[in-house]
Design a binder for this molecule. Structure first.
Ligand code: PGA
Length: 259
């Protein structure tokens, strides 16, 4: 694992956007794995700014999002379809039909999950997967105790995840209880993975993910088994790492950028 500790959220965000843009420059038809959540909003803002300023193009790329709530149509304002349209897709040049999310309103979510998994396989799997980190260690909606080799399927959300996401809904009861999510096995097939986490409330789980045992109790800890993972953190999210000095020794320019 490459652990990059930035002094601020802003430089951490720029770092992640830069990794995505560099990948597109090398590999224009890359299959991107995309994420939602509060942490990612600044990444999409940065990518939109680079698209406008530098003309980086998503026209040959395609994307698969990690997850979607069951029961919400793509038009529902709280759906991840709506999030992605508003915060990213409408502002850049992806070709129609090349941005994919599971359909939360599918008549049979089990069939939809299998279809989505097969579509990812048919696309050649994810080239660069972007991940956030749940305060409970989830990646996608793979909640604690998820099978570490799971494929895209239906998951029941934990109460802590529903509480964390209630801010997007009118009332707590409106937060869906089920989601379709890429599995941990699906995510682990990605060629490269970039995980971004900010803030003191993520510090404990960041330390478990990087330095704890590989365990379904912290699904993100499986990333220790992946060959090409970059974890991008701000100072607060890095604050519980036991080996922080070592990570900063390996990547000193991140820790203390030249002034
Ligand atoms: P957040 O969500 O970016 O809103 O903290 C991360 C996640 O749950 O994966």
């Amino acid at each position: 694992m490459k652990v990059l500790i930035h002094q601020t959220r802003e430089t951490a965000t720029e770092c992640v956007a830069g990794l995505i843009v560099d990948r597109i420059a090398r590999d224009p038809d890359v299959v991107l794995g995309l994420a939602t959540g509060g942490t990612m909003e600044a990444v999409y803002d940065d990518l939109i700014a680079r698209y406008r300023a530098t003309g980086v193009s998503f026209a040959q790329a395609q994307s698969f999002n990690l997850d979607e709530y069951i029961g919400l149509t793509p038009d529902h304002p709280c759906s991840y379809w709506a999030y992605m349209r508003e915060k990213f897709f409408h502002h850049v040049d992806f070709m129609p039909g090349r941005t994919h999310l599971p359909r939360g309103d599918a008549a049979d979510p089990v069939v939809e999950a299998a279809r989505y998994e097969a579509a990812i396989v048919a696309a050649g799997d994810i080239g660069l997967q972007l991940l956030g980190l749940g305060a409970n260690g989830h990646i996608g909606f793979n909640e604690p105790t998820s099978s570490l080799s799971s494929l895209t399927r239906i998951k029941t959300l934990t109460q802590s995840t529903r509480d964390a996401n209630a801010r997007y809904f009118t009332s707590d009861d409106d937060v869906p209880r089920l989601a379709i999510t890429m599995g941990i096995g699906t995510i682990m097939r990605a060629q490269d993975i970039v995980l971004l986490a900010f803030g003191a409330n993520k510090s404990r789980i960041v330390a478990q993910m990087i330095e704890g045992p590989v365990s379904a109790a912290c699904p993100a800890s499986i990333l220790q088994m992946h060959r090409n993972v970059t974890v991008v953190l701000d100072e607060e999210a890095a604050s519980a790492l036991a080996l922080r000095d070592y990570y900063e020794l390996v990547h000193p320019r991140v820790a203390a950028p030249a002034s």
